[in-house]
Design a protein around this ligand. Sequence first.
Ligand code: AMP
Length: 216
Amino acid sequence: MLRLILLGAPGSGKGTQADRIKESYQAIKISSGDLLREEIRKKSDLGLQAKQFMDKGELLPDALMIGILEKITQDFEKRGQSYILDGFPRTLPQAEALMEMMKKQGVSPSSVILIDVPEDELLRRLSSRWTCKNCSATWSYPEGKADNVVCKQCAGELYQRDDDKKETILNRMEVYRKNTEPLIRFFEEKGLLKRVQGLGDPDSITVRIYEILENI
Ligand code: AMP
């Protein structure tokens, strides 16, 4: 059973890579961001609460996120369902809670893969990113999207996420540096971290991730 954690700044390609590798491992992608956006779409209590944080590029409270993810991963564990975590953990308390949860079940992450992308490239990617309303796939249109352009994967409608606006992007980068970057050290010390250079075409990055997974 695969229990993979993907780490990386916003725009590093975690979601894209998770989508590419999940089928080969019969794994399900657990994207904390997609999950929250779905709650916003449904206008649930959680969604209304989440929106206030997300629109500013801030993180939701740890206790809330840990509760949600604990439930999902425990359920997957019971069913023997492989999973890829995209966007969780994002803080040290979340990482500690996840490790504790796994320890109780007598398991540990298969690997933690950091997708490393320089900040100027992240800014460029996020500000030109268009997301599919239907399947959450993302596409890049640096000059803006033409009216008739739809998702190349499912023909769904494309939109620009509220938090992919310039000021919010800068805040998300800051939040990443402060809260999420310390996780690199945390997982490195546990001997779990593998780095993948995240520049270049998505295919070559997928190959690098496969190489790591084949060796675990
Ligand atoms: P993402 O789609 O992963 O970039 O996440 C979008 C937004 O959802 C983040 O900027 C946060 O506001 C919120 N979010 C997603 N995952 C987490 C998490 N693990 N902890 C706290 N907030 C999160």
